[in-house]
Design a protein around this ligand. Structure first.
Ligand SMILES: [Zn+2]
Ligand SMILES: [Zn+2]
Length: 321
């Protein structure tokens, strides 16, 4: 072959490699946005703020509890949200209550932790396909929620670790937990939730571990930043996945705590303030608290699958023939 042809061919290869990389990046962005394969977050727990990791207060996780078997929706380091069973049923909660008000320097959230949308049937029934993987025996029950968050939160000198149990509260009236199940694994990937992405822990508290399909995003389309979906326990807002240009953000677009700072609509006026985003990919919600979280006695439940004092946690699978 003529030398210049060889050079041309090599150049073509380089160009196509570059194009392939660009396409792969684009596909990854689109894939996260379209609910396709997501990276599995197992093992991504850190002892300090680290992008893509949960800076977890709890570092020792027990075995047992939660989902007891993985399905084929988990493949290597990826999982497919569309391939996972969904807890059946459509139970309505007409008594769902939430009020958010400002009193002095505080934002008060009063709620009963029942969702403003339908849930699946819990405990998970033996006839439900979810039962083959997760036998959540807990029943959804009302909780007394009374949060006093700073109305205008400040960035703390150092980030704070994320506890198990409640880390924030959604405007749909229910708790938001971190990305981890009781065994410290990627909860949305391993545990089976209902179609709204929620399930109860052992005290009956219904909660999400990631972006719920049943939260209506007031923004998030037509080139707009997502709307406010809830508040983290440090008082900063939790927004949907849409960034400033409306394009869905991924964890890599945010800081180690899963947020960033720019002007947003905050209590009725455009304010330059830190805020968190929920994303399709792990860590889904907060990686750490950028502000100072309130400590609320009795509000932060045990991790999923933790054994209650009575002993009956998530039941283990029956012996199989
Ligand atoms: Zn933003
Ligand atoms: Zn959970």
């Amino acid at each position: 072959m003529h030398a210049s042809l060889i050079r041309f061919a090599a150049g073509g290869l380089m160009v196509s490699a570059l194009v392939a990389t660009l396409i792969a990046t684009l596909v990854e962005k689109v894939a996260f946005a379209q609910d396709a394969l997501l990276p599995l977050g197992d093992g991504k727990i850190s002892t300090g703020p680290e992008l893509g990791y949960v800076f977890s207060c709890q570092t020792q996780f027990g075995g047992g509890g939660g989902a007891f078997r993985d399905g084929d929706w988990i493949q290597g380091n990826w999982w497919d949200p569309k391939g996972k069973p969904v807890v059946d049923g459509e139970v309505f909660w007409p008594n769902s209550e939430i009020t958010v008000s400002i009193s002095g320097d505080f934002r008060l959230i009063r709620a009963n932790n029942l969702p403003s949308h339908p849930t699946g049937i819990y405990p998970i029934g033996a006839q439900d396909d979810a039962y083959d993987y997760d036998r959540n025996p807990n029943r959804i029950s009302a909780q007394s929620v009374a949060l006093e968050l700073p109305a205008v939160p400040n960035i703390a000198a150092t980030p704070t670790c994320i506890p198990m149990g409640m880390i924030g509260f959604a405007l749909t009236g229910v708790a938001i937990f971190n990305a981890l199940d009781g065994m410290g694994r990627d909860a949305p990937a391993h545990e089976i939730q209902d179609k709204c992405g929620g399930h109860p822990e052992r005290t009956g508290r219904y909660h999400y571990h990631d972006l719920s399909a049943c939260i209506e995003d007031p923004g998030g389309e037509a080139d707009q930043h997502s709307g406010l979906l809830g508040y983290a326990l440090d008082g900063f807002g939790m927004f949907g996945p849409g960034g400033e240009d409306g394009v869905w953000l991924t964890t890599q677009d945010l800081d180690a705590c899963h947020g960033h700072t720019h002007a947003i609509e905050w209590d009725g006026s455009s304010t330059e303030i830190f805020h968190y985003h929920l994303t399709r990919d792990y860590t889904y919600t907060l990686g750490c608290f950028r502000g100072t979280p309130v400590v609320v006695a009795g509000q932060q439940g045990p991790p999923d699958g933790a054994l209650p004092p009575g002993g009956a946690g998530r039941r283990p699978p029956p012996p199989r023939p």
